[in-house]
Design a protein around this ligand. Structure first.
Ligand SMILES: *[C@@H]1O[C@H](CO)[C@@H](O)[C@H](O)[C@H]1NC(C)=O
Length: 490
């Protein structure tokens, strides 16, 4: 009932080419007026609003309180903490890990820019909120807790997490019930974050890296797709991308040849046109391209695949395959589409930096695209979300011109109540979801699901996923917003 079903059945299937034209909107918001630093700050405030567990004193969204303090009890483990993924109160392991990996990637790609914006500590805190939880969830050998909450029961009650009474069912993967995607993604999250913490806390960094290694071993030795998070998060792409992604991060974190050997000799890779919580080939390919330019000759295939991703996304490329709306937004599917917008922007931004550093271009048939061209496209995608679009409005709550007011989000949409308040579940939908009024609590910084393929948008809480935020849309925005805040891109 009103939550995202992340149905990616059309996974990476390439849509026929569309004519692209340079959009011009009279009276629209101009990119030059956008305050990227403000957008960056707010992106991180949204992630704080998604925190589950016991909140620290410096927690910002004032309307949030402690929640789910008994999580894990049903399985006799401590699973307090972590993140709610979207507008409901379930903690899903796969997208949570992807949120942490992409935040870490952003922090490692743009450290100077994040420091300059004064946001590095907030990014690290956002990562740690996830990694502290994963340390708890992986405390038993060959077992990883991957979900807390019952999505069906959760969706029968429109209640803020602070007041929920719905069951906190615990799901796990283990040697009998493998889940290679989640284990490998969690490994990638731990490996990438260990590099982030290396300079500030060696002990913590080592803890994360050791966990990354054991999760990778577990993922590889017990292969299988876990469908326990389906139909909400079903892996359509299989686990080869997560294994490549984890091995790549582990190689970057350790420089141990065993991980590179896996990448070179055993991994399966593919050319794809998207970067998402289910499909991360191109993330690994971009990281491996950097190693290729540094002299690791065996990695050329990955560099070519990264190029293919660029060629299938750039509207001016002869191999262009991804639909772009008349207003200029990448549109892959009607389901929290903005995740593909920030994902595309981030991959383009990260790859453009690597190309610039090694003076490389991307070749798409007879056309060459340089780093500037890639970054301009990344900026266009972010500008669209922040207000430079046919509606002249922002799709980030609390930011810019005419931002959305009805985020599909339980906590934001109902008033703060005493901890012991009883909520009548059937009435909760009438009282808080279905009212056509602004949310009483501003879900600052949330990038909502966003407009459809014709650039149309309805600011109504009931219209999910158009008005529903997800953590990974924001996590993928952080790095590229830091870059835009620090550098003048035209
Ligand atoms: C470093 O991390 C360890 C392990 O989590 C923790 O016990 C310690 O307090 C941390 N040190 C600092 C200075 O934060």
């Amino acid at each position: 009932m009103g939550t995202i079903i992340h149905n990616l059945s059309a996974m990476a299937i390439l849509v026929g080419s569309l004519l692209f034209f340079q959009p011009f909107f009279p009276g629209a918001v101009h990119a030059a007026e956008l305050n990227y630093k403000d957008a960056l700050t707010k992106s991180l405030i949204f992630l704080e609003a998604q925190r589950s567990g016991k909140l620290p004193p410096n927690h910002r969204p004032a309307w949030r309180g402690d929640s789910a303090l008994d999580d894990g009890k049903l399985a006799n483990v401590d699973l307090v903490g972590g993140y709610y993924d979207a507008g409901d109160n379930v903690k899903y392991g796969l997208p949570m890990a992807f949120t942490v990996t992409t935040l870490s990637w952003g922090a490692l790609t743009y450290p100077t820019e994040l420091e300059a914006a004064g946001e590095m500590e907030n990014v690290k805190a956002a990562i740690k909120w996830g990694t502290d939880y994963f340390l708890k969830a992986s405390s038993h050998r060959d077992r990883l807790y991957v979900e807390v909450g019952d999505p069906v029961k959760d969706h029968e009650c429109w209640v803020r997490p602070e007041n929920m009474k719905t069951p906190r069912t615990v799901l796990q993967i283990d040697s009998e019930t493998p889940g290679t995607e989640i284990a490998a993604e969690t490994s990638a999250a731990m490996a990438s974050s260990s590099i982030v913490f290396r300079s500030s806390n060696q002990t913590y960094a080592r803890l994360l890296l050791n966990k990354a290694k054991t999760l990778y071993k577990f993922a590889k030795s017990h292969k299988g797709t876990y469908d326990g998070e389906c139909p909400f998060y079903c892996s359509y792409s299989g686990y080869n991308d997560e294994l490549l992604w984890a091995a790549t991060w582990l190689y970057i974190a350790t420089r141990k040849s065993v991980y590179l050997k896996y990448v070179l000799e055993e991994s399966i890779s593919a050319s794809v046109a998207e970067f998402s919580w289910d499909l991360k080939y191109v993330g690994a390919q971009v990281l491996l391209s950097k190693l290729y330019f540094e002299g690791e000759k065996g990695l050329e295939t990955f560099k070519n695949q990264a190029d293919n991703y660029i060629c299938s996304n750039l509207p001016t490329s002869p191999y262009h395959q991804i639909y772009v709306s008349p207003g200029g937004m990448v549109h892959m599917r009607d389901g929290a589409n903005t995740q593909y917008v920030t994902g595309t922007a981030f991959v383009f931004s990260a790859y453009s930096d690597i190309l610039a550093a090694y003076k490389q271009n991307v070749k798409c048939s007879d056309q060459q695209f340089d780093s500037t061209h890639l970054m301009t496209f990344a900026k266009k995608q972010m500008d669209y979300l922040l207000g430079d679009n046919p509606l002249g409005r922002s799709f980030m709550v609390g930011f810019g011109n005419n931002p959305p007011t009805q985020a599909h989000h339980r906590g934001a949409s109902m008033p703060v109540m005493p901890a012991n308040a009883e909520v009548n579940c059937p009435m909760s939908f009438v009282n808080w979801l279905n009212k056509d009024t602004p949310n009483p609590n501003e879900l600052t910084g949330a990038i909502l699901g966003g407009p459809d393929r014709n650039d149309k948008f309805l600011d109504k809480r009931t219209v999910s996923p158009m008005t529903e935020p997800v953590t990974y849309t924001n996590s993928m925005a952080v790095g590229v917003l830091a870059k835009l805040a620090a550098h003048k891109i035209t």
